[in-house]
Write a protein that binds this ligand. Structure first.
Ligand code: SF4
Length: 322
């Protein structure tokens, strides 16, 4: 606490104590992140038609219950797991002694750091892969290879939709069937991507580049790919169906970094809490929300305790979303 040179250490200690107490009381009643991490978002997004399924084509799926909190709560390593020792929420979770069934670590025992919601949605439901173990394996290899699970999931979703619609064929994929749900070939692409080989090397260039390559080299329809390629500013969308939430959609379009889930994460306030029912509320939030989030980042603070746990007296405040 002292190492950050706070202006008033005693005041900080008092605030921290109150803050931690409130979180310890409210998290078990609200999201249970200390037990299930952000996997609680899977059923919530599914219920609100915001969970990406088959390259963002659908917003929910009956099998989503097998890749959400109900399953991962039992798989996660038990006990406290926070990004740092003092975090009162401790939503980081992992899986011990996982044994990958593909790739260079096949058959060995590894630790998987996750999965979190975005990985489950991007590399699970968005690919039609409703299998908790495969999602763990994709999570592990993306971490091991140093590649981002959101860009991997959204890029593979685009590839699978292109494949199912005949824009690309086995002639282009090295003989691989890349229909939705084909978990072994999804993993094979990730291994290729990391090695910079085969069709995986093309997928690793991201959606914006794939649109150019597929049109130029394979004769794929650019207009169709423009409709199904979930990228903006060259970055793949993070894992929320935005047509249900104008605020989140606006955030994806306006965020400086592209459609990521840091500056732009109004989905919960907009869809789940319904804190901003009017167009004016949503438009105003697109101004203040990114500034709050950026401020948290600049101060080295995590946004989750502020964003995901709602104080009980919030309903009495004049400006509930903030
Ligand atoms: S710092 Fe944030 S992300 Fe990390 S465990 Fe705490 S609440 Fe979760």
């Amino acid at each position: 606490m002292k190492s950050n040179n706070p202006a008033d250490l005693e005041a900080l200690k008092i605030v921290t104590k109150h803050h931690a107490k409130e979180i310890h009381e409210l998290d078990p009643r609200q999201n249970r992140m200390a037990l299930v991490g952000t996997t609680h978002l899977v059923p919530i997004m599914n219920d609100h038609d915001c969970l990406p399924v088959h390259n963002f084509k659908f917003g929910s799926h009956p099998e989503s219950r097998v890749i959400g909190e109900e399953i991962y709560e039992h798989i996660f390593d038990k006990g406290y797991d926070g990004c740092w020792r003092g975090c009162a929420v401790a939503c980081a979770h992992g899986v011990k002694d996982f044994s990958p069934f593909t790739g260079p670590y096949q058959g060995k025992k590894v630790f998987v750091d996750g999965p979190e919601y975005e990985t489950i949605a991007g590399c699970g439901s968005n690919l039609g892969i409703f299998d908790a173990q495969t999602i763990l394996e994709i999570n592990f290899y993306c971490d091991a290879y140093g590649i981002d699970t959101i860009s991997v999931g959204t890029s593979l979703g685009f590839v699978m939709e292109c494949f199912e619609n005949g824009l690309i064929t086995k002639d282009h994929t090295g003989g691989m069937d890349l229909s939705f749900g084909n978990r072994f070939n999804a993993l094979a692409i990730i291994h290729q991507m990391a090695r910079g080989e085969g069709f995986g090397a093309i997928v690793g260039k991201g959606i914006r580049n794939m649109k150019i390559i597929f049109a130029r080299d394979y004769g794929a329809d650019p207009a169709f790919m423009q409709d199904i390629g979930m990228e903006s500013k060259g970055l793949e969308f993070s894992e929320y169906i935005t047509k249900e939430s104008l605020a989140q959609q606006g955030g994806y379009g306006l965020a400086l970094k592209g459609p990521q889930h840091d500056e732009a994460w109004l989905i919960f306030l907009d869809m789940v809490h319904n804190f901003m029912p009017t167009f004016e509320n949503k438009a105003e939030a697109l101004h203040w929300f990114p500034m709050f989030r950026t401020w948290f980042g600049l101060c080295g603070l995590c946004k989750l305790p502020w964003n995901d746990i709602v104080p009980e007296d919030n309903k009495k405040t004049a400006d509930r979303p903030k």
